[in-house]
Design a protein around this ligand. Structure first.
Ligand code: PLP
Length: 444
């Protein structure tokens, strides 16, 4: 039967996924796909978590929906309480939406409104980093710095500002210490705020560990503290996008805990619903909520599915699994094993320039020449070849490619579910090794 869905690509038929089984997705033809990246780093509990499925079904049976203009729900309240109680600093309020892009759209609008409430109406500009991705809706795409994803839409995007990412592999100069690199990037941000006029800047948004655009790239130690100092000096809000790297993926519930900074606004999604429900959240500081309460009394925003009870109940059950059942606690050790296996397999690989990441969020950067770090020609589309080669071996991983300051690179992310056992991790690295070698051989 011909498909009536506009799929992501129009050039091929997709297998029909019919069932989940732990780390595996089972297709209608019986093929079992090992999900080594939890899709796009979303399925942190695997594909057959009975407790979450039951919580979703139970909520749908009791109450599916009540408009947030009139009601709140037990599930949404309890989820917000859990998310904020576990969050650092004074991130005491949550705003529940349906995904990562929506969470970031809300964050941009909230930052703008906060300054209006405070009487600083000139603050309307945002700064992000090149090689960042904050979502595909117009505002989130405008602020993001993933040039490939932005390119077709450039004429309809807002012209916001982008500074250098913290990307040690290519950004750090020969012999430059982490501290000096962090200082240099903080100075660049400071200069950009001054160039725009500090009184016009509302917020700076960044991913603590960059996912889709850089392949699981953490910042050098101290970078985010330096950024925070610069922003504080100019009264600019820090928005951290933990949509991909948060919810335990990096080994702590919130990735920013490892940076020792507290943002003013934090967004999360993906692992929040663990792929069982479509949900995102924006956490905000008490100061921002108080400014609205003391001012207009209403955040000028909203969606039909805000605080959806079924999504909230699913996310609540996910949170219990992650925190109460100790799954996040296990991420660091599993991540260390995965990293060791990757080092054994790829540590001396002539085309693997770097193995990086945190927790169960690890990436490989592929290069034509390890010494010069020269990437493969863009026309080779190495990351696409790796995706295909992995699929031929019944494995899903998350490859990507992009351009940074004119240099193109290819990477592949592994983000297995937190329930992965040692044998699963070995299997993943084994299949990835075969896929990478086959893709490079095929590239000529
Ligand atoms: N922010 C980051 C860091 C992401 O990785 C993504 C999705 O990949 C988004 C935002 C957008 O989230 P969504 O696809 O749920 O809209």
């Amino acid at each position: 039967m011909a498909s009536h869905i506009l799929h992501r690509t129009t050039d091929r038929d997709l297998p029909v996924a019919v069932r989940g089984d732990g780390l595996y997705i089972v297709a209608a033809d019986g093929r079992r796909y090992l999900d080594a990246s939890g899709g796009p780093a979303v399925s942190c509990l695997g594909h057959s978590d009975a407790a979450v499925a039951e919580a979703v079904a139970d909520q749908a049976r009791r109450l599916a929906y009540a408009h947030t203009g009139f009601f709140t729900s037990e599930a949404a309240e309890e989820l917000a309480l859990r998310l904020t109680a576990a969050a650092p600093g004074d991130l005491d309020y949550a705003y529940l939406v349906s995904g990562g892009s929506e969470a970031n759209e809300a964050a941009l609008k909230l930052a703008r409104q906060y300054f209006l409430e405070k009487g600083e109406s000139a603050r309307h500009r945002f700064i992000a980093r090149r090689q960042s991705y904050h979502g595909n809706t117009i505002g989130a795409l405008s602020v993001g710095g993933n040039m490939a994803r932005r390119e077709p839409y450039r004429p309809i995007l807002m012209d916001w500002s982008h500074v250098s990412p913290c990307y040690g592999y290519r950004g750090q100069e020969e012999g430059e210490s982490d501290a000096a690199y962090g200082d240099r990037l903080a100075a660049e941000l400071d200069a950009e705020i001054r160039r725009l006029g500090p009184e016009s800047v509302a917020g700076f948004i960044a991913e603590p560990v960059v996912g889709a655009s850089l392949g699981a790239a953490p910042a050098v130690p101290g970078y985010f503290r330096k950024v925070r100092e610069v922003l504080d000096r100019h009264g600019v809000l820090l928005i951290l996008d933990e949509v991909m790297c948060g919810m335990g993926r990096c080994g702590s519930l919130y990735a920013c805990e490892q940076e020792d900074v507290v943002p003013d606004i934090l967004t999360c999604a993906k692992g929040l619903g663990a792929s069982y429900v479509s949900i995102g959240a924006m956490l905000l500081s008490r100061r921002i909520r108080d400014a609205i309460a003391a001012g207009s009394g209403a955040f000028q925003h909203g969606h039909t599915y805000l605080g959806h009870p079924v999504a909230a109940a699913g996310a609540l059950a996910v949170h219990r699994r992650l925190v109460d059942d100790g799954l996040v606690e296990g991420v660091a050790a599993k991540g260390a094993l995965l990293e060791r296996l990757l080092l054994e397999r790829f540590g001396n690989h002539p085309h693997v320039g770097e193995i990086r990441g945190r927790g169960l969020f690890l990436g490989l950067e592929l290069v034509r020449d390890r010494t010069t770090k020269a990437p493969f020609e863009p026309s080779v589309k190495l990351h696409q070849r790796i995706k295909r080669a992995a699929l031929e071996r019944d494995m899903i991983c998350y490859p990507g490619g992009g351009t940074i300051d004119g240099v193109r690179g290819d990477h592949v992310i592994l983000a297995p579910p937190f329930i992965a056992g040692d044998a699963d991790l070995s299997e993943i690295v084994g299949r990835l090794g075969e896929a990478v070698d086959a893709a490079i051989d095929g590239a000529g």
